[in-house]
Write a new protein. Structure first.
Ligand SMILES: *Cc1c(COP(=O)(O)O)cnc(C)c1O
Length: 240
């Protein structure tokens, strides 16, 4: 198992380096978030031994368990990447180092209050739905280039979130349509990057430098289109 994870990781890192080089970037501008959801502690320990420090979880109970298990490894950075229910936000406020999936104002407001109570701050990504698929979470920006109402809505939401004192907006997160042709996936990532560039002017009170996009199936395209954080699960943890 250990061997397998290390081999998988080396392959993923090589692919990240190659994709970065193709777009004139350096691999150290790209953070690999190893998505360890549903993986046992031994798998995380193996990835940690192979140099991984950024891990992604999508259930708050699992985050609590794993953060406790690895409490001694205080250089681990926990990314919460999943949809967050109201009643599960406290553990994210307490243990997550990044939150990738703010998809509504109310969850940001709740986190801000809980963060204030425990004296923490949390950098986060605003999740956007750029493909317009009904199954996707995130702010609807499916027609943002042509629809002033959508631009108004996303910039107003981002400005409100940026004003919360315990939260730091650091960029956008998106997911490409599952199984779509490569050119469609690329378009989703390009449109996300352009929206971040637009937001840089529209909402200067937030930082828009980070882009969380790309998973096992599409992380190379995401890197070519500007991703700073790729969230990769199966390519690292799947048994070969
Ligand atoms: C599970 C998950 C990933 C990782 O997906 P893989 O296909 O296993 O790489 C990335 N992002 C989110 C939001 C996820 O839920």
């Amino acid at each position: 198992m250990d061997y397998c994870i290390e081999v998988n990781l080396n392959r993923v890192r090589e692919r990240i380096t190659a994709a970065a080089a193709r777009s004139g970037r350096s691999a150290d501008q790209i953070e690999l978030v190893a998505v360890s959801k549903q993986q046992p502690a031994e798998a995380i320990a193996a990835a940690y031994a192979a140099g991984v420090r950024h891990f992604g979880e999508n259930r708050s109970a699992e985050l609590v368990e794993k953060a406790a298990h690895f409490a001694a490894d205080d250089d681990i950075v926990w990314h919460f990447i999943g949809q967050l229910q109201r009643r599960q936000s406290q553990p994210v406020a307490a243990y997550a180092d990044f939150f990738h999936a703010v998809d509504r104002l109310s969850i940001a407001q709740r986190l801000d209050r809980q963060l204030a109570e425990i004296g923490r701050t949390l950098p986060l990504f605003i999740e956007i739905n750029i493909s317009g698929e009904a199954s996707k979470h995130g702010f609807d920006v499916s027609r943002w280039e042509d629809d002033g109402g959508q631009r108004e809505a996303i910039s107003a939401a981002a400005a409100t979130i940026a004003d919360f004192s315990r939260i730091e907006v650091c960029g956008l997160m998106t997911m490409a349509p599952w199984g779509a042709p490569q050119n469609e996936i690329r378009t989703v990532f390009q449109r996300t990057r352009r929206l971040a560039e637009w937001l840089r002017d529209a909402v200067p009170s937030a930082d828009w430098d980070m882009l969380s996009m790309g998973m096992t199936n599409d992380f190379e395209i995401a890197i070519e289109e500007g991703a700073t954080h790729v969230r990769v699960g199966r390519a690292i943890f799947a048994k070969q």
